[in-house]
Design a protein around this ligand. Structure first.
Ligand SMILES: [Zn+2]
Length: 293
């Protein structure tokens, strides 16, 4: 599941000796303080966002480890090579206030460096001037948990109240941090945040299932048609077992349609009632899956 959050903001930061040690762990050649420009950014926080999702403290701590070494992208005007920054340190910071979830406000602060090169001069000026300050992050999490029932997948809707309890989803166990970038338009709750949330595995699974169902139903329909023609021609027939098997394996819709379209096997009770019964069972199964995925 991929997550993109944009709570961003640049915080001014100056280079210390400790910073240089961390930076030089990441750079190929030894850099000197006057060669680098550093700045701190607000990567994300633990507030419930517009999609009724939030990171908890554990997730922020994990992200603080995952983001070190990740490079930042500047929007398209700055896509030239060399005009990138890299995070050399990240930490979870507390701030005043309480989140909608009821715990203390925390945010993930990242420290980034970039080369003070001629190429980067204009960009550094923009950061200094506060023009470039909105940041978005991309990361992958293993799941999310409902605040009402504690389940991964449920029927509760984010933002609604259930018995006086607000429903929101806690993003769990980040496994990867992709990148962070300066964005033109911010949109978080505080600063404004835009975010896309992709259930990658779920989407792929759905696509596969849809393809499979299409294939198995077409196959069942085709078999019904072919067998009907063979019956008319008194040719060698497809066994009833071979007609039932694909219908059993998810092709009940194709089988039922085939029975109707070709007026085939309608006199056999196990087809006439069996196919619609299988269809009803398979539709119920699909509905169950759709609610879970
Ligand atoms: Zn729930």
């Amino acid at each position: 599941m991929d997550v993109r959050k944009e709570p961003g903001g640049v915080i001014r930061h100056s280079v210390s000796r400790e910073d240089m040690i961390l930076i030089n762990r990441l750079s190929k050649t030894e850099l000197k303080p006057d060669q680098v420009y550093t700045f701190a950014i607000r990567l994300c926080d633990n507030e419930v966002d517009r999609d009724w999702e939030r990171f908890d403290q554990d997730a922020l701590e994990t992200l603080s480890r995952l983001f070190v070494g990740k490079s930042g992208i500047f929007d398209h005007n700055w896509s030239t090579e060399g005009q990138t920054a890299r995070l050399y340190r990240a930490e979870v910071c507390r701030e005043s206030g309480t989140t909608s979830a009821g715990d203390g406000c925390q945010f993930l602060k990242g420290y980034a460096y970039m080369l003070r090169s001629e190429k980067n001069r204009a960009l550094i000026e923009e950061i200094e001037a506060g023009i470039k300050k909105e940041v978005s992050i991309g990361c992958s999490v293993t799941g999310r948990r409902c605040s009402v029932c504690g389940k991964e997948a449920c029927g509760h809707q984010g933002g609604k109240m259930y018995d006086g309890k607000l429903c929101y989803f806690t993003l769990r166990e980040p496994v990867d941090a992709y990148e962070w970038s300066f964005v033109a338009v911010p949109a978080q709750r505080k600063a404004g945040v835009i975010k896309s949330f992709v259930h990658k595995q779920g989407a792929e699974l759905k696509q596969l299932l849809a393809l499979y169902l299409l294939a198995v139903n077409l196959a069942t329909l085709l078999l019904m048609g072919v067998d009907k023609r063979r019956a008319r021609q008194n040719a060698w027939r497809i066994s009833e077992r071979a007609l039932f098997l694909p219908a059993l394996l998810g092709g009940a819709l194709g089988g039922t349609l085939g029975m109707r379209i070709f007026h085939h096997k309608t006199r056999h009770w196990y087809f006439r009632f069996g196919f619609p019964l299988l269809l009803a069972l398979q539709l119920a199964g699909l509905l169950w899956l759709a609610l879970r995925l």
